[in-house]
Design a protein around this ligand. Structure first.
Ligand SMILES: [Zn+2]
Ligand SMILES: [Zn+2]
Length: 286
């Protein structure tokens, strides 16, 4: 995958240049390598949807990629899941017990299918994680890492069927995931959202919260950094934040997923001001 390959290259350049990167970047890089390798073995999916049919679905607010269409290669997924668990275990020594439990979950394909379907459809994972004594957030993170190469393949195959002017909703037109980053485009400063699950990009209103849908201008605000490159959108109604970058103010090529991962100071700024990352949890628990 092109962007992931570029991210790996940039991380290598930074390391060779002696740049001090946050500790978690080591795991991020290792997972990215596993995903890039897996991705190279995944055949390009056939969209299986006509433009008219896609347009119908989108008009009804339905994302294009349904669970049953995803049809994962389960044996490949199982290998990937195990590789992600091993990498995570190596990185965080404290997770030895969790690693054991996660391997248990991945032992047979049917339960793995069930939990991955629940994750994809946004159902709570506690029913799966609790019997194994695993933190549901860790389980979700592992599933996400393992399924990401498949989802990004699909996302690239389907994104051409999305009429951007037509969709404009707060969730992903491909997989239904929530956005975890935004950017203002170079051409006209229009705001686009980036899916936290499949990396699809879609056009969205400048003045609307993608998480609760409010358009109340008194509830919406943003902070910028000194150069005006980064923005932190906040919503008073659902108390969430969304990180963003203004591409009109950047010079070099911007690798969006990397920006999203590395702008930890903005997460800190959001939390210090009493907001939570909008793509995590549900709106009602805010
Ligand atoms: Zn998505
Ligand atoms: Zn909101």
């Amino acid at each position: 995958m092109e962007v992931d390959g570029k991210i790996l290259k940039r991380l290598e350049e930074w390391q060779q240049g002696g740049e001090a990167l946050p500790e978690f970047v080591g795991l991020y890089e290792q997972l990215l390598r596993i995903q890039v390798e897996a991705r190279a073995r995944i055949p390009a999916p056939e969209p299986g949807l006509s433009r008219d049919k896609a347009s119908d679905r989108l008009r009804q607010g339905m994302p294009l990629l349904q669970w049953r269409a995803l049809s994962l290669d389960w044996s490949a997924f199982q290998d990937l899941f195990r590789a992600v668990v091993s990498a995570t275990g190596e990185y965080y020594k404290a997770t030895a017990e969790a690693v054991h439990s996660l391997r248990d979950i991945a032992r047979d394909i049917p339960p793995l299918q069930e939990v991955t379907k629940a994750w994809y459809e946004g159902s709570p994972l506690s029913a799966f994680s609790q019997p194994h004594g695993v933190d549901p957030e860790l389980l979700a993170a592992v599933i996400h890492s393992a399924v990401r190469p498949f989802l990004t393949c699909w996302s690239e195959a389907l994104i051409g069927l999305v009429d951007q002017e037509q969709w404009r909703r707060g969730y992903c037109p491909i997989c239904g995931g929530k956005p975890h980053f935004a950017f203002l485009d170079k051409e006209r400063g229009a705001r686009w959202l980036l899916c936290s699950r499949c990396e699809a990009q879609w056009l969205f209103q400048r003045l609307e919260c993608p998480y609760c849908g409010t358009q109340d201008q008194d509830a919406l605000a943003y902070f910028t950094d000194d150069d005006g490159v980064y923005r932190l959108y906040v919503c008073e109604r659902c108390r969430t934040y969304l990180k963003a970058i203004d591409l009109r103010r950047t010079q070099s090529e911007t690798l969006l997923p990397l920006e999203c991962i590395l702008k930890l100071d903005m997460d800190g700024q959001g939390r210090d001001n009493g907001y939570r990352a909008g793509w995590t949890g549900t709106v009602s628990d805010g």
